[in-house]
Write a protein of this length. Structure first.
Lengths: 172, 594
């Protein structure tokens, strides 16, 4: 009955160089779980992972942090909330260790350096920071690529509309 | 959508129906269609609810219009593939969640199918590990099926004669071929003719188109003497003039949303394809929320007299009468029902003088497969690859002319490739920043993958029985599983992974990963056997017309009667066999032979 292999298993191993140009964007709703300071950090982390660029708006414009906040707030297992709170603290601690101040007080280059450090063993995380990066990136990707911006502007998805037929090759 | 007059909940308990059909999926829906078209008065009983399926599936809802982007509420849990292997049934036991669903809910659980599949809390089972996916609602699993619609051939029906293992079916391809034709024409099927004796063609409507990576693989496989064909989908691509509830496929997209569903009903489902048209004949009475818990017996004649059923909501029990009883409750549920129907005449369960009910279980093996990258497509403009009911199918190639020294029987592959709504490579692409975004974008349409479906041998020792203690929410004894893959399956799985890899390599598709792990028993949702057909009443439960050897007016018209699993998906065969058996039943009733 399952009609396709789990395409989420498809993993592309390649280098991901980092360019970021964070833009300020106001967040409308008050967070449901995170404190305003935590929320600001989460929002900045998400935007650093999926930034606005010349191709499309990023995680901030797509309200990624608000979606994560809503899901974490209602999570069935309280441990999920603890893990996210602890994870954000780990980011600040790492930033202090590396640059002498909390993540939000660091410069854009320093923030990227913090994330680069957390992401260095992405396929095989070893430290708690590295594990949190995996969680953070998964949640960011899920929220972004299911958002209006992610689907229509970033991926330019053309489906889910009335079409005459699939454009492809007839088997001869 | 206009629905036919609804006579639900109007069961006339005093009346003797010509036939009572238990279950409303592929088998039950087909039985209702064929018997009512013979002018018979039919009572169709479905254990689950009647859902407004369009409202459930919301096929075209954008993820961002759903508060959890399609996921279930936090108090609901979908079993993960891993949970089936590290825990023991009943899987919901001790779970803190309010609702527990099968793996088919995928990942965080799909909010669109939680009313279709059963809550494991209400429907426990015991014994060996098994990923049992059950859909209790009008139409059953046909509401969410994978749509691959394949025929079996004499390579399957006469497999025992070919390799010496197991039993032949009591029919050959020539017996069932006209009925496959009827199913094709009545329900619609999309595909491309290949003239393969081991995978017979259907009467196809327009085929699904292939994308560039699939064309490349097809051409490479042709050189190896293997066949990649466009997904043979139980989907009408040209439309059906005789059915006003279904619209032809217009490649709209989002077809690969997990748990499927098609709210224009281009994809076959039992309600719009079979049951609504049957209701229009005026010969069908439909009763949902009716959990049948026993086939009742006339102590004088030994024949089935009807069924007893429990109202799912109120718990009240009723008895309905019929001249014939047809079970189509799904393979394992039909076996359960036969075993539950104990009486002084049939102390072992009705139709079970052979002691073969529940035994000779078979299914499809899943897990091994390959995923790869077509480098030529990286950065190219993306095709809309989920605007089709499926991608491609690679036909069986083992043990046809050669004889593999390591294992019996064969396997095929179901494939997928290209762009969907969600770029699945977003999770696996390393790094972050603009470069990450670009990589996800450039590679999203360039992946191709396939997973095997292999024949699991029918073995007497793979069986289900009634648990002596555990009961479901309605107080009905549950099934206890004794089902384990054997040596043939393990060796076949190794070969599946090797051959998958070899085919991608030959086509110049860069290998990303090869999966060698076998998924838990049951994962394919192709459970078969447990009440098999045969000529010998000592070794089989029903005859070639799916009539009980012991009780003439009792039929089993679902996958439980399959003698062997073949490696081809079973839905089309279930319906073709059922049509043939119902034609025979109608004739026998007219002749007064039953």
């Amino acid at each position: 009955m399952p009609y396709e292999i789990n395409r989420r298993d498809l993993i592309r191993i390649g280098a991901g160089a980092v360019v970021a140009a964070p833009a300020a964007f106001a967040v409308a709703d008050a967070p449901k779980f995170f404190t305003p300071a935590e929320f600001a950090t989460l929002d900045e982390l998400a935007e650093t992972i999926i930034p606005a660029d010349e191709h499309s708006p990023g995680a901030r414009a797509a309200h990624v942090a608000a979606f994560i906040d809503a899901r974490v707030a209602e999570a069935f297992d309280a441990k999920v909330r603890d893990d996210w709170r602890n994870g954000l603290q780990l980011v600040d601690e790492l930033s202090r260790k590396m640059h002498g101040h909390a993540f939000m007080d660091a410069s854009p280059e320093q923030r990227i350096a913090v994330l680069t450090h957390m992401a260095k063993n992405e396929m095989n995380p070893k430290t708690p920071e590295e594990a949190f990066f995996g969680e953070l990136k998964h949640a960011t990707a899920q929220a972004y690529y299911t958002s209006k911006i992610g689907i229509h502007q970033e991926m330019e998805y053309k489906g889910n509309v009335m079409l005459e037929k699939f454009v492809g090759y007839e088997v001869k | 959508m206009f629905l036919p007059a609804d006579k639900s909940d109007e069961v006339d308990l005093k009346k003797t129906y010509d036939a009572i059909v238990v279950g409303s999926g592929a088998g039950g829906g087909m039985a209702a269609h064929v018997l009512t078209s013979h002018g018979m008065q039919v009572l169709l009983l479905e254990a689950g609810k009647k859902l407004d399926i369009n409202r459930e599936l919301k096929s075209m809802e954008w993820p961002y219009d759903h508060p959890r982007r399609g996921d279930m509420p936090p108090d609901s849990h979908a079993l993960s593939g891993r949970e089936y292997t590290i825990r023991q049934p009943p899987y919901a036991q001790g779970s803190p969640y309010k609702h527990v669903y099968s793996y088919v809910e995928d990942g965080n659980g799909s909010d669109y199918a939680k009313d279709i599949v059963v809550d494991e809390k209400d429907h426990p089972f015991t014994g060996t590990q098994y990923a049992w996916v059950r859909a209790r609602c009008l139409g059953g699993k046909t509401n969410i099926w994978g749509r691959l619609a394949l025929r079996l051939s004499d390579y399957d029906f006469k497999a025992a004669s070919r390799d010496g293992y197991g039993e032949d079916w009591p029919i050959s391809y020539a017996d069932i071929s006209p009925y496959y034709d009827k199913v094709d024409l009545y329900l619609g099927i999309s595909g491309h003719k290949e003239n393969l004796p081991y995978l017979p063609d259907s009467l196809f409507q327009r085929a699904v188109r292939l994308n560039p990576a699939e064309v490349k693989l097809r051409e490479s496989l042709t050189k190896m003497g293997r066949v990649l064909t466009p997904y043979r989908a139980g989907v009408t691509t040209d439309g059906l003039k005789h059915n006003k509830y279904r619209v032809h496929c217009y490649g709209r997209g989002a077809c690969d949303r997990r748990v499927g569903g098609c709210d224009i009903h281009a994809a076959f489902d039992s309600p719009t394809g079979l049951i609504y048209p049957a209701l229009e004949t005026g010969n069908l009475t439909l009763r949902t929320n009716a959990t049948v818990n026993e086939v009742t017996v006339d102590q004088n004649t030994g024949k089935a007299s009807g069924v007893s059923f429990i109202d799912t909501d109120t718990g009240k029990t009723y008895t309905a009468k019929g001249r014939a009883v047809l079970l189509a409750a799904s393979t394992l549920e039909s076996a359960r029902l036969l075993l539950l129907s104990k009486s002084s005449l049939y102390p072992n369960g009705i139709g079970n003088s052979s002691s073969h009910v529940g035994h000779n279980f078979c299914e499809h093996l899943m897990g091994p497969g390959v995923s790869g990258l077509d480098k030529e497509l990286v950065g190219k403009s993306r095709t809309l690859d989920d605007g089709r009911p499926g991608s491609y199918y690679v036909a069986r190639f083992r043990n046809l002319t050669d004889r593999n020294p390591k294992f019996l029987r064969g396997y095929g592959f179901e494939g997928g490739s290209g762009t969907g709504m969600f770029p699945d490579n977003a999770y696996g692409t390393p790094g972050f920043g603009s470069a990450y975004k670009k990589t996800v974008r450039d590679y999203a349409g360039a992946f191709i993958g396939m997973g095997g479906f292999g024949e699991v041998l029918a073995r007497y020792e793979n069986y289900v029985e009634l648990d002596p203690e555990v009961k479901d929410r309605w107080g009905v004894p549950v099934l206890r599983f004794h089902i384990k893959f054997g040596d043939n399956e393990k060796k076949m799985a190794e070969d599946m992974a090797d051959s998958a890899r070899e085919m991608f390599e030959a086509a110049g598709i860069e290998e990303i990963s090869v999966n060698r792990e076998i998924l838990t028993e049951g994962y394919s949702i192709h459970e078969l056997g447990t009440a098999r057909m045969g000529t010998d009443p000592k070794k089989s439960v029903v005859n070639q017309f799916q009539q009980s050897h012991d009780v003439k007016n009792l039929l089993v018209v679902d996958g439980s009667t399959h003698v062997s699993a073949s490696c081809q998906n079973p839905t089309w065969t279930i319906m073709a066999l059922c049509w043939r058996s119902c034609d025979h039943l109608a004739e026998e009733l007219k002749k007064g032979n039953i």
